[in-house]
Design a protein around this ligand. Structure first.
Ligand code: UTP
Length: 299
């Protein structure tokens, strides 16, 4: 592989049932952390990693994602006329110049693997990234995808983000077994989707960042429905590692599972406490709330 990734796929065609009723009309990826939707954090991470072509795999109900990245002429004109330059910049910089957004429809929610396959024609024959925006990864240094893209470029292998999870949670993740780690990387021996704790080969869980060799597309084409009746990306990765090296990468950073209620709350608290303008009042507000509820002060 040994090439720098330029294209990133954002599979955002899931139904987001865990956030119903909000997700009846607001796609999960448009839920905000402070003032930016989840999808924006993922897009920024992909651009930082060097991607200039962003492929959004959406469904026919998710106009909000396309609208968000479209130019908002009337809004921009209004902000310009009223001299609101700071806000105007925010609206204009949703996608920087030189970065293009491509939208592909997944007609039916047949699974993450199927969603990635829908991007095949746009990706072509080059390594690419996949980012699941509901996995929000916070890091003071380089973003998780940048770390992985560097590793993939150096090794020429596909790279998958992993993190250690408590054993009782393995049934919520793809789980990998590796040949041991050198620094942050280890070659994957096996990968299984959502194993019960007693069947899991380890407690190293796959999280939503991948750098993949385009060979994955032909493997996805022959992947049959797996766990949950869905075409699983994990199953195609299992086939890929039969043919070539695929590395697990323990990225540096904190991951928030914003596909769950508590993960979204946790991310909001963390980003508020780290926010240059909001941190003091957020901290005060949390202390007040805990005091009101009779909980001792925060340390
Ligand atoms: P999830 O397992 O989180 O499913 O999908 P979901 O539908 O988004 O949310 P819940 O579980 O119903 O609350 C993981 C990722 O794969 C995408 C989702 O959009 C999400 O980014 N996905 C999943 C698709 O794009 N298409 C699918 O058919 C399934």
């Amino acid at each position: 592989m040994s090439a720098r990734i330029r294209k990133a796929v954002f599979p955002v065609a899931g139904l987001g049932t865990r956030f119903l009723p909000a997700t009846k009309t607001v796609p999960k990826e448009m839920l905000p952390i402070i003032d930016r939707p989840l999808i924006q954090y993922a897009v920024d991470e992909a651009i930082e990693a060097g991607c200039d072509t962003l492929v959004f795999v959406t469904n026919r109900y998710k106009h909000a994602v396309a609208d968000y990245f479209d130019k908002a002429y009337e809004l921009e004109q209004k902000l310009e006329r009223s001299g609101k330059t700071e806000q105007l910049e925010l609206v204009r910089n949703v996608l920087p110049e030189g970065v293009r957004a491509v939208f592909v429809t997944q007609a039916e929610a047949l699974g993450l693997g199927h969603a990635v396959l829908c991007a095949k024609a746009v990706i072509g024959d080059e390594p690419f990234a996949v980012l699941l925006p509901d996995d929000l990864i916070w890091n003071r240094g380089p973003g998780a995808l940048k770390q992985m893209a560097d590793a993939a470029e150096a090794s020429g292998a596909s790279v998958i983000a992993v993190q250690d999870v408590p054993r009782e949670q393995t049934a919520s993740y793809g789980i990998v077994a590796t040949e041991g780690f050198a620094k942050r990387q280890g070659r994957i021996r096996a990968i299984v989707e959502k194993p019960k704790p007693e069947d899991a080969p380890s407690n190293l869980a796959v999280v939503g960042r991948y750098v993949l060799n385009p060979r994955i597309f032909s493997l996805l084409e022959s992947t049959t429905p797996g766990a949950g009746g869905e075409i699983q990306l994990t199953d195609a990765i299992a086939a890929l590692l039969e043919e070539e090296a695929v590395n697990a990468y323990r990225f540096q950073g904190t991951r928030f599972d914003c596909g769950t209620h508590i993960g979204l709350i946790e991310a909001t608290i963390r980003y508020a406490l780290d926010h240059e303008k909001l941190s003091d009042s957020a901290r005060q507000l949390m202390q007040n709330a805990l005091a009101e509820l009779g909980v001792e002060e925060l340390n």
